[in-house]
Design a protein around this ligand. Sequence first.
Ligand code: NOJ
Length: 567
Amino acid sequence: MSAKSSAPQSQAPEAGGAAGGTSPADAWWRSAVMYQVYPRSFADGNGDGEGDLLGLRERLPYLADLGVDGLWISPWFPSPMADGGYDVSDFRDIHPMFGTLADADAVLRESHDLGLRVIIDLVPNHTSDQHPWFLAALAGGPQAPERARYFFRDGRGDSGELPPNNWISAFGGPAWTRVTEPDGSPGQWYLHLFAPEQPDLDWTNHEVLEDFDEVLRFWFDRGVDGLRIDAAPAMSKKAGLPDADYGGVLQFRTVDWDDNPHWDVETVHDIFRRWRAIADTYDGDRVFVAEAVVSTAERLSNYLRPDEMHTAFNFPYLKGPWEAGALREVIDATLDSFTPRGIPSTWVLTSHDETRPVTRYGRKTTSSYFITDGEGEVPDLALGTRRARAAAMLMLALPGGAYIYQGEELGLPNVDDLPDEVLQDPMFLRSGGQMRGRDGCRVPLPWSGQEPPFGFSPQGVRPWLPQPAGWRELTVEAESADPASMLQLHRAALRLRRELPGLHETGLTWRDSPEGVLDLERGTALRCVVNLSRSPYALGSEAVLLSSSPLEDGALPVDAAAWLHVG
Ligand code: NOJ
């Protein structure tokens, strides 16, 4: 399919970028605030307890009113849901649970009509084990040419009973699973860096490369404004698949990995160059967002060279502790590495993979380098909420783009006491219950009313994960009526972000401040002060535009942030 295909088109808002690859300094994605929709848990339009595209369409005005610039939709493709939709069985269709391609077109059209951009999730490192390619590879036996699209290898040991190498899976255990061949004999092994239901594709295979070129065109032709690239550094493996040196830590801590044979391998960049060339044939400034957790800001910036991806989530920022020094360090390191190269940062505090900030910032250990870090600690949710409010204001004051994960704007906590029998995350299932996994941050949103399902589904329908009764105070309806709510704080900050002059520009200026206080200026009008010290901080005479907690005699309380008008 060519870029000029006749597939349903939907006009992107203010399509400003010229076809051919120029990305103007004021391109939309350089400073956009995007809202992550996890479709299964956003809104249930057809009343079956699962979120869907009809529900999303009904709630698009909510997102426009919130003041974000667009949405990133987590995978909406057909999937057996062995990993929450990140196990895709058809990259060119919509999961029946969510709707149809016509519904997807309607989401794109109606979002664009409201001035919202739409990025969708592409999961190219692996397919579902139910993808026709993988089924054909299994059915064809060891000599089948279809096996070349994946990593099928003979095992080690006398009778091939040992995995081909020592690689580990992100969800625990070895990254290899042995198949039973069509004749019933124990056979080859296949590689899966994630769950066994997610076999890795071999990106040196031309059929894989060419088919995904068409997948990209399929969605760009339908009008998506960009693609978030799942597990980008996983896509290339070192030739020969040599053993990895994990330094004795058998966990997927990719930030600690250097020269790893299955992560951040140099040849991965060839794929992104190829994709960028495709994106650049389209008008409207279509973008790629990398999900790339790598060891340094320097290595991350390699994904963001002018002929590769446009932006990447800032994971060191997301994972770091609630400490002034650490925050300043990661902000400075990011800007020092990115700004001279003309790359904007993309700040983010959480996602469908992470402990929600209200919970994390209420723990003794506020950093989270691995999803299980801090599991089991009882959070102080009042403290966590105060900090999460301040953290939101800091994030939205920084130069570049930002992502808000659904429910973050409501201050939802993680639901850490979901009963075992409802948990679905492969992390929980594969660790034999040792790790709770990520279901606690994926509980369906509370929209309205006094009791579950809180307007997520029609009354009387049970959502796929149960919502806590206490969420009656955290519904969109309740928070809309409360001027001091987390939702109103987000609405106010997003409005100011649009109105204040100069915030689209890069760079910030740090003001002198005592230890524990972050004090920065942006554009020509904004000063943002965050107090992470142990005592209130006097603010001076500038007009306060917004604060995350009420000031005390003109001073900013501990764990609070304020935006002030300067100039
Ligand atoms: C990152 C996604 O965000 C996560 O949810 C998923 O489990 C893995 N990649 C594997 O696709």
